[in-house]
Design a protein around this ligand. Structure first.
Ligand code: ATP
Ligand code: PRP
Ligand code: MG
Length: 281
């Protein structure tokens, strides 16, 4: 059985469980189950703390896991990123009380509070900056006001938490993070990981694309196909009225309304949109 580590709490948990469920895995826990066996798909799901997932995968007890890129790098384990999953996007930034520190040089000799000690220490070492790293488990934004640090290094998504603490980011981002599928180098080519990856990829494509069907006159076809080139190439079907043809093409869900407007202007009629639930491209 393929063992998969799934975050049991925090920002990664709910979207990871939904992604696996949509990919056909039995991932919904009844209550507080720690491990869930999906015999039909020959996988075992282990629900673990997000921070511990890279440790289990890095040591090889669990073959694959879903965690954050920031947590993977901070773990210092042998686990490697296999695929970016496109959710729980964030940046990892330095921040200080507005106006106090405005560039990376200003960090020298200061106290930096963070939950990501290794990530921050490695970054500062690479920049040749000596500073004291103060480890905190969370709510790092409160540390400056409470006097245990001069600045922080933490996950920023909307920036609302920083703003409410009177902190402003400075310097370049240390990292762009998102949820990632991780494994060990020697497991990269395992066909079971390939299957999992294709299923997850299939869900992500199904979520970001819709299927568009419409009818268009033969004479307007070229223009219509320019508007909906599809993934590889759109499908054409003949209609009883030979002056017309039916077209089916995948369109990015974000663009579907402007695309429909342009198709209408190009003479297309009977435009319908179908939501996808799964795909294998
Ligand atoms: N507001 C957010 N938006 C997007 N991703 C986030 C956000 N907060 C945390 N993350 C991501 O989630 C992962 C860390 O998980 P999270 O902060 O939810 O749990 P934790 O801090 O380990 O647990 P807890 O906060 O319960 O102690 C990291 O990959 C981080 O980048
Ligand atoms: O930029 P924002 O949208 O405000 O989001 C960023 C905040 O979200 C996370 O906190 P979390 O809720 O996980 O609490 P924690 O600090 O205790 O981990 C992160 O550590 C930041 O504090
Ligand atoms: Mg957190």
């Amino acid at each position: 059985m393929l063992r998969i580590a799934v975050p049991n709490k925090g920002s990664l948990s709910e979207p990871a469980v939904s992604l696996l469920a949509e990919a056909g895995y039995r991932s919904s826990r009844r209550g507080r189950e720690l491990v869930l066996t999906d015999a039909a798909n020959e996988v075992e799901l282990f629900f673990l703390r997000p921070r511990d997932i890279a440790v289990y995968v890095g040591r090889g007890q669990i073959q694959v896991g879903i965690t954050g890129r920031d947590l993977l790098l901070d773990s210092g384990t042998a686990a490697v990123e296999y695929r970016a999953l496109g959710f729980a996007r964030s940046t990892f930034r330095f921040a200080a009380p507005t106006g106090t520190i405005t560039d990376l040089g200003g960090v020298r000799g200061k106290r930096v509070a963070t939950s990501y000690d290794r990530l921050v220490s490695d970054y500062l070492a690479a920049q040749g900056i000596e500073a004291e790293v103060v480890h905190l488990e969370g709510a790092v934004e409160s540390s400056v006001r409470l006097g245990v640090a001069d600045l922080i290094a933490d996950v920023v998504e909307t920036g609302a938490t920083l703003a409410s603490a009177g902190l402003s980011v400075f310097g370049p981002p240390l990292l762009e993070s998102e949820a990632v599928l991780i494994t060990r180098e020697e497991f990269r080519d395992d066909p079971r990981l390939g299957t999992l990856d294709r299923r997850l990829e299939g869900v992500r494509v199904a979520r970001s694309y819709v299927l568009l069907d419409y009818n268009v006159r033969q004479r307007d076809l070229e223009e219509a196909i320019r508007i909906t080139p599809g993934f590889d190439s759109p499908t054409l079907s003949p209609l009883v009225d030979s002056e017309w043809v039916a077209v089916r093409a995948m369109v990015h869900a974000d663009e579907v309304n402007p695309v429909m407007d342009r198709l209408h202007d190009a003479g297309a009629r009977g435009v319908i949109v179908t939501q996808l639930t799964a795909s294998r491209l």
